[in-house]
Design a binder for this molecule. Structure first.
Ligand code: ADP
Ligand code: ZN
Ligand code: ZN
Length: 678
């Protein structure tokens, strides 16, 4: 007997800029598909996988235009309503179509035309043994402050946003792990999942092995952009199927399907890498808080230098604040921070005599030094003294950076490379001068000063090869390095036990940046990098850490706060300034960007957008060229929109986007809500 064939209309979200759903006819046998399932459909000449958001009996699409679903991925359990709501919120808030938010976030292999990889991964997961049970690594006894914090997190009822404010080395990781263990143990269903977000997984491999060792018998899955597609799919599925109980990931993990999520932790919550800077420009930290509220679960934001947004919420009582005031390792104290006045102690090779002497002392004592300079390459620019020629990138509003070991000039924005000119292209002078210095030049200077010392430079150039960053950090841990030279890559999270000196080479530029967030960032960076020093116990032979900052502005209050390790006062001052100047977090912003071959076209488009009507409570500024106007031969301009009311801004943006989507233009434009780089 032929089974009754039911016809259904499926509404699909597809990865397109069109802000609507697409209807398809489903004629299959078996139970009808449901929302949250994936389906392969024809789209123009292509076949694409979309997300079913609704199942219906009718459609407005005329019958001759209506196309059939090719296949439903029924082997995959549907994504939950809560997950769809999360994507829906992100789409609404960041003003993007749902399909552009939900679909590209899924592993590529899940969106493939053939489900081969999916079927293979599902089989592999079904067969996977539970993680083997090695002897559980004992959790160290917490100190009182840590214990109180872990208990407060795990004991919270419902949505409980918490700032874990702890100085560097205060043992925040232990608090996370204990709180996670308690929540997993309390859970009756024995299925609870914990999501731990970290800024950058490759730089902190210790954390992953630490987590695995602490939870033997539980599956730990990682999610980050460095995974191969096969592994990415398997890990995503393990999370989606509830098999992975602890998920450790970078910002993209906030959009993972986690049906039994009971706790979210955002480590180093202030870190800029939680903000996606292209496509859907979301803040993983903000989405984490939203997701926790939606699910009624605790969320922990941990930092020694919280973002001002989070700090503001903690001060106003919207977030609970838990504090760890001391370093966890017994007798390890916060490093002493001193300023070196570069007007008095003039640097040679970028290094003052005081700093050189301090490095020398560490070499004699067999301890490690770290020299921090947030600029890679040899010199930021090559110039001609004779005629004033300067090596600009022909495609960007930027200098070409001199990379001496590679014998190249490189643009750090568009990746253009040139050979180093033998003589000045305008006057023929053969004596071209590198101006300023980057990590390569500092390394060269140190080599001359300390020919016997073992130097290691860690920056994006020296760690291009996969696994090389990890190998470099391991060498530091094994004590095979005397002097470490690095960019912000070395500032984060590392627990270097032999390191007792941190020298900061050129932090002043950030003091006078046009970006009002620069000082917040500089402060966080200095506290972070300073936090690498003196982490071992002094009784066990560890020496107190010392931090030397070379500056031309020793009177600047920011440095005063760094010396005093006084984030509270610094943040209080900044918040007051922001309140007076009318800046975030006291004001909400969105940025409309436009790109075109001609700057004028971009500006004209923005001018037109600015004239789209008058809305109460919304300030629309004048269009301006971006600070870096040209990038890779594209001219860029921006338009800032502000309001003191987030709902008012959101309502305006929604109406505005609907209007702008109708504008026919060749200008490429995009909107960023809560922009961080203006
Ligand atoms: P944070 O993330 O706050 O900077 P970490 O979590 O990296 O600090 O901890 C710093 C160091 O202190 C680590 O080596 C950790 O093993 C150690 N530690 C943490 N808690 C304790 C404790 N209760 N007793 C002894 N050592 C601890
Ligand atoms: Zn010249
Ligand atoms: Zn360029």
């Amino acid at each position: 007997m032929k089974s009754l064939v039911a016809q259904r209309i499926l509404h699909l979200a597809l990865d397109t800029p069109l802000d609507r759903y697409f209807d398809y006819r489903w004629n299959g046998d078996g139970p009808p598909p449901q929302a949250g399932q994936l389906a392969l459909v024809p789209f123009g000449q292509r076949k694409v996988v979309g997300l079913i958001v609704g199942v219906d009996d009718t459609t407005d699409v005329p019958p001759d235009k209506l196309r059939d679903v090719i296949a439903v991925r029924s082997q995959l359990p549907p994504l939950s309503a809560a997950w769809l709501a999360l994507c829906g919120f992100a789409a609404d808030y960041y003003q993007r179509p749902l399909g552009e938010v939900a679909v590209p976030g899924l592993p590529k292999n899940l969106r493939a035309e053939k489900p081969t990889a999916l079927d293979r991964a599902l089989k592999k997961i079904a067969k996977a043994e539970r993680a083997s049970d090695p002897a559980p690594q004992a959790m160290p006894a917490l100190n009182d402050a840590q214990r109180a914090a872990a208990a407060a997190i795990a004991g919270a009822q419902g949505f409980a946003p918490t700032l874990l404010y702890g100085v560097t080395g205060s043992g925040k990781t232990e608090v996370y792990l204990h709180a996670a263990a308690q929540i997993l143990a309390q859970d009756q269903t024995d299925a609870a999942q914990v999501l731990i977000l970290i800024p950058e997984i490759n730089l902190t491999p210790q954390l992953e092995s630490n987590v695995r060792a602490r939870f033997p018998g539980l599956t730990v899955a990682t999610l980050h952009s460095g995974l191969a597609e096969g592994e990415r799919l398997r890990n995503w599925l393990a999370a989606h199927l509830g098999q992975a109980r602890i998920i450790l990931g970078t910002r993209l993990a906030i959009l993972a399907s986690l049906p039994q999520l009971k706790l979210i932790i955002v480590d180093e919550e202030h870190d800029p890498s939680y903000k996606q800077q292209e496509g859907l420009r979301y803040s993983a930290r903000d989405l984490a808080v939203w997701r926790a509220r939606q699910l009624g679960i605790p969320v922990v934001l941990g930092s020694a230098t919280p973002s001002l947004e989070t700090w503001h919420h903690a001060q106003s009582g919207r977030y609970r604040k838990l504090e760890l005031r001391e370093r966890a390792v017994k007798d390890a104290v916060l490093p002493r921070v001193r300023l070196i006045d570069m007007e008095r102690d003039k640097p040679a090779e970028g290094l003052t005599a005081t700093l050189v002497a301090a490095v020398k002392l560490r070499l004699e004592r067999g301890e490690q030094s770290l020299l921090f300079l947030n600029r890679r390459g040899y010199a930021p620019v090559l110039a001609c003294d004779a005629c004033g020629w300067i090596g600009n990138c022909p495609r960007c509003t930027a200098f070409m950076v001199l990379h001496k070991p590679e014998h190249r000039l490189r643009c750090h924005h568009c990746s253009l490379e040139q050979r180093i000119p033998k003589s000045c292209p305008t006057c023929g002078n053969i004596d071209l001068q590198p101006l300023g210095r980057g990590t390569q030049r500092v390394e060269e200077g140190l080599q001359r000063l300390f020919p016997q010392a073992r130097l290691l430079r860690i920056d994006a150039d020296s760690t291009r090869l996969k696994g090389s960053a990890q190998a470099a950090f391991e060498a530091v841990h094994r004590g095979e390095v005397d002097i470490l030279i690095g960019t912000q890559m070395v500032a984060k999270g590392h627990d270097f036990r032999h390191l007792t000196l941190v020298g900061v080479l050129n932090p002043d530029t950030a003091l006078f940046s046009h970006d009002y967030r620069a000082s917040e960032r500089l402060f966080a960076q200095l506290m972070q990098v300073a936090g690498r020093a003196g982490r071992a116990a002094q009784k066990e032979g560890g020496n107190a850490g010392e931090v030397l900052i070379q500056t031309r502005y020793p009177q600047h209050p920011l440095y005063g706060a760094v010396m005093a390790h006084d984030y509270d006062r610094f943040a209080g001052g900044l918040l007051e300034e922001r309140a007076q100047a009318g800046l975030p977090p006291f004001l909400y912003q969105a940025l409309l960007r436009a790109e075109a071959r001609e700057l004028q076209s971009a500006l004209d488009f923005l001018q037109q957008a600015a004239g789209c009507g008058v809305y109460p409570g919304i300030t629309i500024h004048d269009p301006i060229p971006m600070t870096m106007t040209r990038m890779a031969n594209v001219e860029r301009a921006q338009l800032l929109v502000e309001s003191i009311s987030r709902p008012a801004l959101q309502a305006f943006l929604k109406a505005w986007m609907a209007q702008l989507r109708e504008v026919r233009t060749r200008v490429k434009w995009s909107l960023e809500v809560d922009p961080v780089d203006i």
